[in-house]
Design a protein around this ligand. Structure first.
Ligand SMILES: O=C(O)CCC(=O)C(=O)O
Ligand SMILES: [Fe+2]
Length: 361
């Protein structure tokens, strides 16, 4: 069965200046009427290079309790590595449709990796205005390069058109660009591990635990990194459609690189408000597993995304998940007669199964 990609729907919709009814949200979900425009709280922006450890723990703890989401600046990932990650992702979605389909997630694959469009029906039967590409980027044993895009073939045309006298330098450039997706993802993954370790350490200290305890609880070095690229095409009715419907992220923590087109919204104090774009910042979401392990002290953030009439929005979240067999539940050190366990203790894969199939946990 051929899947209709949102990128194709969007091209037609832009021409007709209207969107198909399955993308039109009901009144209570429409961003045009449900986005709060009053004085909005700003997501905390935390300087991750702060040498005052106690201050860093305090800021991260407060943000994770009150918002479940915050931005980090001075995180140590070089700008050019982030730019490269974004460039190869943009180039992938600019490829002709047939070429993108070569990376499509096979039906019934039993995993998320590859190019795709959400097929699962939402509760209200509506569709999300987004296509995606998923790639495991760590640990090394989880990586399958078959799902990593090779480069746009336009490079090959450039190669054929070159003047022979430039042959050698062009050949060097070609070789470099052919490996650039792999290189970009791998360089990013390498830097990301340091950021995630630092966040988990501070979150652990904020719970009154040793610095390494939370990381161990989510699987230690077995923590899995799944990169998703969200591609939200332009939409003639951004007031009626949603990029992603309201949800919390299932994993432990999500580290997200946005492009400069705003659209991430956070639900707080009964309002949907927009996250401000801060150049070069990373957006950190507390996921369900950290909420469970902390017995509810840290909040898994409810969020959604909106789309734009003029500009393509893209984002690069990395979902950091415990391995499927990891047992997750409120950490025994945090549970007492006064603070009984608020969540079950079971394997991560069982939490995942219930969430995907919309079953009670
Ligand atoms: O695009 C964004 O800013 C958020 C993406 C997101 O929430 C997700 O992919 O789970
Ligand atoms: Fe999300």
């Amino acid at each position: 069965m051929e899947v209709e990609r949102v990128q194709a729907v969007a091209s037609l919709s832009m021409l007709m200046d209207t969107i198909p009814s399955e993308f039109i949200r009901s009144e209570h979900e429409r961003p045009g009427t449900t986005t709060f425009h009053g004085p909005v709280p700003e997501l905390p922006a935390i300087d991750l290079s702060d040498q005052d450890q106690d201050n860093l723990v305090r800021l991260i703890t407060k943000a994770s309790e009150e918002f479940g989401i915050f931005q980090v600046v001075n995180h140590g990932i070089p700008v050019d590595i982030i730019n490269k990650l974004q460039k190869v992702g943009r180039e992938f979605f600019e490829l002709p449709q047939e070429e993108k389909e070569a990376y499509a997630t096979p039906p019934g694959a039993g995993h998320l990796e590859g190019y795709g469009t959400k097929l699962q029906k939402e509760i209200e039967g509506k569709k999300a205005w987004v296509d995606h590409l998923f790639n495991n980027i760590g640990p090394p044993s989880s990586i399958n390069y078959n799902f990593w895009p090779k480069n746009p073939p336009s490079y090959r045309f450039d190669f054929l058109l070159i003047d022979f006298s430039h042959y050698q330098s062009q050949l060097r450039i070609l070789t470099k660009t052919l490996s650039s997706c792999r290189e970009a993802n791998e360089e990013f993954a390498k830097c990301l591990r340091g950021v995630v370790d630092k966040l988990l350490m501070n979150l652990s200290l904020g719970l009154g635990l040793e610095g390494n305890e939370l990381k161990e609880a989510v699987g230690g070095d077995g923590l899995e990194y799944l990169l998703k690229i969200n591609h939200y095409p332009t939409c003639p009715r951004p007031d009626l459609a949603l990029g992603l419907v309201a949800h919390t992220d299932m994993p432990a923590i999500t580290v997200l690189v946005p492009n400069d087109v705003p659209g991430l919204q956070v639900f707080k104090d009964e309002h949907w408000f927009e996250a401000k774009y801060i150049p070069n910042a990373l957006i950190i979401h507390i996921g369900d597993q950290i909420e469970i392990l902390s017995n509810g002290k840290y909040k898994s953030v409810l969020h959604r995304t909106t789309v734009n009439k003029e500009k393509v929005r893209m984002s690069w979240p990395v979902f950091c998940s415990p391995p499927g067999e990891q047992v997750i539940g409120p950490l025994p050190q945090l549970v007492s007669d006064d603070n009984p366990a608020k969540y079950k203790t079971k394997k991560y894969k069982d939490y995942l199964y219930c969430k995907i199939n919309k079953l009670p946990q």
